[in-house]
Design a protein around this ligand. Structure first.
Ligand SMILES: Nc1ncnc2c1ncn2[C@@H]1O[C@H](COP(=O)(O)OP(=O)(O)O)[C@@H](O)[C@H]1O
Ligand SMILES: [Mg+2]
Length: 393
């Protein structure tokens, strides 16, 4: 890495709220005993406040080692680490870790503690009283999209993988640390759940503006979540450090080009969000409403299906007019296979979801899972063609 001055990214210039602090690594090195080459060799890296920086690179290149030196789960052999203006290289690790949230695969929850107790761990260590800890726990469960009344007193084994991961994120945020370290946090969940968790993280980060360092082996995930990406090679050598757009447009070395090519499907599909393309407006009906009226409204609008919403405006099914015509009231049946993506999902996510459901479109939801519209496969294709045309001249 030659220059160390980073241009502000789009996210930063858009005036996003920042509650994070910058992280500065200078000559950071780790030699494990008995190994001839350092796992992390003299790394300089500057991570701007309030940004999400993704670490990618081959297995064993030193990503986890570097990450764990930031919160000193691993002691560096050499170099200095700064948080904000402070040199924390020799700071007491326990104190340091209260300012740095840490999320690992499968949430890393304590199995014998309830969800609430897991989340309240750090606040209690900080000496918060019961009431303040309880209030904070509720707030955090809300933030990660879990109903506190339902989940607070459950044990981790009673939750799905995706829910455990949400609790892991809530726990890491409990004491409102300026920095969040995440080591392949979504690596163990299925693709649909992973996509939802990614969308949630984007939403939370938009709200909080933490400094996030996120290790992944999935280049598409790096492009989707990162304000910037660091591509590492063996010894945590920084091969390229730039925005996703810049790395995709001009990979620094053949090595990066291979890596990008292997992971990223169609580049444009990963760079473009569902919110960036036009959605189809649809006819909606509410559970328990008059089916005949809904069918008539859809016919008048030239639609051949209706999106059924629950009382909170969340889509539950999308029956065809033929299906709905057989009913008098709009059914409350929840279609478990209804393909749904969020506005922050990428077009790649949307296409995956359509393929998995064997459907020619997806339902799109926005805030609080309320309906935003429908995205048809034709719109995705049109977006690809547009970007091809732009690229061609
Ligand atoms: N505790 C350890 N003792 C000795 N070697 C280790 C230890 N942890 C990791 N390593 C070695 O350090 C290198 C970097 O590992 P790691 O940081 O886990 O890479 P990554 O997260 O990129 O897969 C690897 O060669 C690994 O075998
Ligand atoms: Mg690792």
């Amino acid at each position: 890495m030659s220059d160390t001055t980073l241009e502000p990214t789009a996210a930063a210039s858009a005036g996003r709220r920042v509650s994070g602090v910058p992280i500065r690594l200078a000559g950071v090195t780790k030699r494990y005993p008995g190994q001839d080459r350092p796992a992390v060799d003299d790394v300089d890296l500057e991570i701007p406040a309030g940004e999400t920086v993704m670490f990618v690179g081959p297995s064993g290149c030193g990503k986890t080692t570097l990450l764990k030196m930031i919160n000193r789960l691993i002691e560096p052999t050499g170099g200095r680490i700064h948080l904000g203006d402070e040199d924390v290289t020799d700071q007491d690790p326990d104190r340091l870790r209260r300012r740095i949230g840490y999320v690992i695969q499968a949430g890393g929850l304590f199995p014998h503690m309830t969800v609430g107790t897991n989340i309240g761990l750090v606040p209690r260590m900080l000496g918060w009283d019961k009431q303040r800890t309880a209030t904070r726990t509720e707030e955090l469960l809300d933030l990660v999209g879990l109903d506190p009344a339902v989940y607070r007193d459950r044990y981790p084994r009673e939750l799905s993988g995706g829910q455990q991961q949400r609790v892991g994120v809530a726990r890491a945020l409990a004491a409102d640390p300026p920095v969040l370290l995440m080591d392949e946090p979504f690596g163990a969940v299925d693709p649909v759940t992973r996509q939802r968790l990614q969308d949630e993280l984007l939403r939370i980060q938009e709200e909080l503006g933490k400094t996030i360092v996120f290790v992944t082996h999935d280049f598409d995930e790096a492009v989707k979540l990162g304000d910037r990406i660091v591509v590492f090679d063996v010894g945590a050598r920084v091969v390229q450090y730039d925005t996703p757009e810049a790395i995709l447009a001009s990979p620094a070395e053949e090595y990066v080009a291979d890596f990008v090519g292997a992971g990223a499907t169609l580049k444009q599909l990963t760079l473009t969000r569902v919110a960036d393309v036009e959605l189809q407006q649809v006819t909606t009906a509410t559970v328990g409403g008059d089916a005949g009226q809904a069918v008539a409204a859809a016919r008048a609008a030239g639609h051949d299906f209706v999106v059924v919403l629950d009382e909170r405006g969340r889509p539950v099914s999308w029956p065809t007019l033929a299906e709905l015509s057989r009913r008098t009231t709009v059914p409350a049946t929840v279609d478990e296979r209804l393909p749904v993506v969020g506005l922050r999902s990428t077009l790649n996510d949307a296409l995956d979801t359509m393929l998995a459901a064997s459907q020619g479109g997806v339902v799109v939801t926005g805030r609080r899972d309320a309906l935003a519209g429908v995205l048809k496969v034709e719109s995705v294709m049109a977006a690809i063609q547009r970007s091809r045309a732009e690229a061609a001249g």
